[in-house]
Ligand binder design. Structure first.
Ligand code: PLP
Length: 472
């Protein structure tokens, strides 16, 4: 019977084996097909229906990882993973994740891990400087942007209707965002009980940016109709096309209409680390809250979402609740993160962000992000010059949206064929009835060659699929 932990010498042996494998994987993830070649249920069918009664040898468990889990894995760290947003883990961040697992701490209160509590404040202070946000912004790390945004909307509601905390929310509390905003805004509103119907989608201009005038008109009309507008969520880098909403104009309207402004910069915020692109966050310093995900385009392993709030007092008003067993002698002297959100327990996520920020420095991060944007611009120009393809949106950051000049079905078939090659993973999206290919550049291991090899593959695959494609 195995009723003791792995012996230290065994841990060392398997640890070395695992790290050797990791180093090999990071050296060349290209040996794997990007998209898992598996069918729904195939892995489940290959696994026992019940957990083992008797423990199993570590060799067998690691063999299971290689033989069963890896073939069913889609490789986000592959340099040609260009679907959704291309997010990747850098080696310093991975090392920190390993150390985090070893420490296995939970900093619900300062005392339960002073290092994690203070490092979270320090790293988010550093990141705040990189983003150009004011020092008054209080930062904390959640798992995802969805959870950060939910907290932004929840705080907004307590700000607008303080009675919410004790007696529940008033009806018709209404949130605004653009028609291209991420679904997490609706989900946040659903989660806090504001309701999906009370999320109003503001129309956008030809470049997919929220139209401020339309926002102002909707708010006024809603108020006249008895609704209670309380929050607006502009996006810096929409998921669909990375459009950038005019935050300063939104803030101005929010001031007049007394709305909380939560900025979704989950992806686009990384570009603001590049000094000459810091203007992308212009106006955000006047927002009430903002989310930016280091796990998207800042080479930090999933999960790490930075949530900033200029009104930590409101977060406390919304969420602080201390059971007797969690009081400590340091209360009032040190910060207890449990007072600022729903979760009590917290993973030591700041460690990986600290490793990444220290290893690359601002210069290093900016150089990588700048390259990604440059390659996206070059790719967009190549697509525009091709007679059989067209851009479907401007490419202000590192996402290129385009389509073969054919039907939606043909473009869907093209994506399926591309992804089946194992050479690349791109995703699709439909906007206003038009199906398009999204090619996201953002992986730390992606090179210029990768981007243009994929573009060649797109042309070749289209040529095979659609014989009448004109050659250029
Ligand atoms: N906001 C934007 C703009 C996004 O692109 C995404 C996901 O891609 C999210 C929010 C949600 O991110 P998360 O998966 O961290 O919840």
């Amino acid at each position: 019977m195995r009723d003791r932990d792995l012996a230290p010498e065994e841990f060392r042996r398997f640890g070395h084996e695992a790290v050797d494998w990791m180093a090999g994987y990071l050296t060349d993830p290209r040996v794997y097909p990007v998209v898992a070649r598996t069918q729904p249920g195939q892995l489940t069918g290959a696994l026992p229906a019940s957990a083992p009664e008797a423990g199993e040898p570590m060799e067998d468990i690691l063999a299971g990882f290689h033989d069963l889990i890896l073939p069913a894995t889609t490789h986000w760290n592959h340099p040609r993973f260009m679907a959704y947003f291309s997010v990747s883990a850098s080696a310093p961040g991975i090392l920190a994740e390993m150390l985090t697992a070893v420490l296995n701490t939970n900093h619900m209160v300062w005392k339960s891990n002073p290092a994690a509590t203070e490092l979270e404040q320090v790293t988010l202070g550093w990141l705040r400087e990189w983003l150009g946000l004011p020092p008054t912004f209080f930062g904390q790390i959640f798992d995802t942007a969805s959870i950060s945004t939910m907290h932004g909307i929840a705080a907004a509601r307590v700000w607008a209707a303080p009675e919410t905390r004790t007696s529940g929310a008033p009806p018709n509390m209404t949130v605004y965002c653009s028609e291209h905003a991420h679904s997490s805004i609706e989900k946040g509103a659903m989660a806090i009980g504001a309701g999906q119907d009370n999320v109003r989608k503001v129309p956008t201009d030809a470049e997919f940016r929220l139209i401020p005038q339309a926002l102002a008109e909707m708010v006024r009309a809603d108020r006249a109709a008895g609704k209670r507008p309380f929050c607006v969520v502009p996006t810096v880098g929409t998921t669909a096309v990375t459009s950038i909403d005019p935050v300063p104009a939104v803030i101005e309207i929010a001031r007049q209409e007394n709305l909380w402004v939560h900025v979704d910069a989950a992806y686009g915020g990384a570009a603001a680390v590049v000094p000459e692109l810091n203007h992308l966050l212009d106006g955000c310093g006047d927002a009430h809250s903002l989310v930016f995900n280091p796990h998207k385009w800042l080479f930090t392993p999933i999960d790490a979402s930075a949530f900033y709030c200029s009104r930590p007092d409101i977060l406390r008003q919304a969420f602080s609740l201390t059971p007797a067993y969690l009081t400590t002698a340091e209360d009032g002297l040190a910060l207890n993160f449990m007072d600022y959100g729903v979760a009590l327990g917290r993973k030591f996520r700041a460690l990986k962000l600290w490793f990444v920020m220290r290893y690359f420095g601002r210069e290093g991060v900016a150089a990588i992000v700048r390259n990604h944007i440059r390659w996206a611009t070059e790719l967009a120009a190549a697509i525009e010059a091709h007679p059989d393809f067209e851009l479907t949106a401007p490419a202000p950051l590192s996402l290129v949206c385009f389509r073969y000049r054919g039907t939606n079905e043909e473009n869907q078939a093209l994506i399926e064929r591309l992804n089946a090659t194992g050479e690349v993973f791109v995703s699709g999206n439909t906007m206003k009835g038009v199906y398009m290919i999204r090619l996201a550049i953002g992986n730390i291991r992606t090179t210029h060659d990768d981007v243009f090899a994929v573009w060649n593959l797109v042309q070749q695959t289209a040529a095979e699929l659609f014989q009448d494609l004109k050659q250029i």
